[in-house]
Design a protein around this ligand. Structure first.
Ligand code: ARG
Length: 495
């Protein structure tokens, strides 16, 4: 009552439910109802109890003929807690004979009570009577009514039999706009947090229609028990998302529910947001998002070819860090260098660096913490190349890696031939070279005495000078990488 015509397509989930309640064949009662999944139609229990046949018209606002999109009903489930006398738990689910191609209406969740707090303007629709005791409407009508506080509704119906039960009923009305006979089973809708209509109540009963002292009474779908009953009686697609970091696989798992055994038989996914559910298949799958930021992901759960439920959800993908181990570095064998990590994070999160310096891919363990560790080439033998790897992790646990190479260069030995000498001609002179190598190289020493004798190998050698004079004695020490150094001493030989 007090409504205005709805536009075609404005309430795609709204259906016109015709019921056969008397012994003669033919439909003789009218209700409303809401498509909550492709084959599942939620209505009032009092529209279903005692009826022998149903038919549902969808996709039409004007119910005068011709009507085309009729649906048979192949199953009816009435809430076993429905009380015909008190009208508590006035809810039933009908299963349609074939999937309907209209956008279902989301049923409110048990944690969304703020969306239907007292005073909230709710929307009611239906083809019910436009006056108490009057005629039903041929066109779908819509009207807005404020949700009435439980206490005022209880007061309004205090002397009424049956009274209102705030656990299973919620009231709405302003004395001008109301549902009325023929609207039962239809929706009481409120806006959810995202601004979309959501099904919060089912038109159930009232004392007269649009009477200022008596608000309309609706099945309270937000109550935990009623919400659980509804949730257990229609199929829904849903999924959970694992850690989502750019450049790494993100795992998706269907948590879809179907009230019938083996209800869902296959699952298809849309990961690139194009609305085509062909990017993945199966109840669990994974996808690599190249970029961070928000991505819309969809899951379509099929109970049969052509009969599916879908859900779309925004997944916020964390940007994985960018990391750079820097250009190739050189370090002399036995020496050390300080490494320099650089990295950045698109979200500006601080990064934690760790290195693997023992060069054994693929079992990198990143045991060396910090951005600037010292790389020690002690006991390393150059020339050689060793692999290192740098890892940067953001606080969410997304890590990126870059590998690098350290070039170990060979270092020539250190050589000390000892002090200059003065000796007598014809005596044995002992020479000893002190040599060392920063690497693990083996060294060889070769002496040349400057008197045309043959070179002699050894670290400690003897030599006899036959003639007096001044000799330049050279010792050359060579490592096994051909790194060499020579030291010289002067020997003065007297007669
Ligand atoms: N029981 C009615 C029906 O079957 C709905 C009554 C709603 N009454 C009200 N005052 N809001 O259609």
């Amino acid at each position: 009552m007090g409504g205005t015509p709805a536009s075609p397509g404005e309430y795609p989930a709204q259906g016109w439910l015709l019921v056969d309640i008397d012994p003669t064949p033919g439909f003789d009662a009218e209700c409303g109802g809401t498509l909550v999944a492709s084959r599942w139609f939620l209505t009032a229990a009092h529209c279903v109890v005692g009826a022998s046949a149903f038919t549902v018209l969808l996709g039409d606002t004007d119910v005068t003929e011709p009507n085309t999109d009729w649906y048979g009903v192949v199953g009816a489930q009435v809430n076993s807690a429905y009380n015909e006398i008190s009208q508590q738990n006035d809810v039933a689910m009908l299963k349609l004979s074939r999937p309907a191609p209209y956008q279902p209406l989301r049923v409110i969740g048990p944690n969304e009570s703020s969306s239907w707090a007292a005073g909230t303007v709710a929307r009611i629709i239906g083809w019910g009577t436009t006056e108490e005791g009057g005629n039903t409407s041929d066109v779908l009508l819509k009207a807005d009514v404020p949700i009435v506080a439980d206490s005022s509704c209880a007061n309004a119906y205090a002397l009424h039999a049956p009274p209102v039960d705030p656990n299973t009923m919620v009231c709405a009305g302003d004395g001008v706009h109301d549902t009325c006979q023929g609207d039962s089973g239809g929706p009481l809708m409120v806006r959810d947090a995202a601004g979309n209509w959501v099904l919060a109540g089912i038109t159930s009963w009232g004392e007269g229609c649009a009477r200022p002292e008596f608000p309309g009474v609706y099945t309270r779908l937000g109550s935990p028990a009623l919400n659980a009953w509804v949730a257990a009686h229609y199929p829904r697609a849903s999924f959970t998302v694992g850690a989502a970091n750019s450049g790494a696989p993100t795992n998706f798992t269907s948590t879809s529910f179907h009230p019938e055994p083996n209800g869902f038989v296959s699952f298809m996914w849309d990961f690139n947001g194009d609305g085509v559910y062909r990017d993945g298949a199966g109840a669990t799958t994974s996808w690599v998002f190249a970029d961070g930021g928000p991505h819309t992901v969809g899951l379509e759960a099929f109970s049969a070819p052509g009969d599916s439920q879908f859900v779309r959800q925004v997944v916020n993908v964390n940007w994985s860090p960018m990391v750079d181990a820097g250009p190739q570095r050189s370090v002399p064998e036995g020496g050390r260098i300080v490494l320099r990590a650089s990295g950045s994070d698109r979200e500006g999160q601080p990064l934690t660096y760790s290195w693997d310096l023992d060069g054994k891919p693929p079992e990198f363990d990143y045991k060396t913490p910090g951005p600037n560790p010292t790389y020690s080439a002690a006991r390393f033998d150059g020339p050689a190349k060793r692999a290192i790897s740098l890892q940067a992790c953001d606080p969410v646990g997304a890590c990126s890696r870059d590998s690098g190479v350290v070039r170990i260069t060979n270092v020539r030995p250190r050589v000390n031939a000892g002090p200059n000498r003065r000796v007598k001609r014809g005596t044995k002179v002992r020479f000893r070279v002190r040599a060392s190598d920063p690497g693990p190289d083996r060294l060889t020493a070769t002496w040349r005495f400057g008197d045309r004798t043959r070179p002699v190998r050894g670290f400690a050698v003897r030599h006899v000078f036959r003639r007096s004079g001044r000799y330049k004695v050279k010792v050359r020490v060579v490592d096994d990488d051909k790194g060499a150094r020579t030291d010289t001493l002067i020997v003065r030989v007297k007669r």
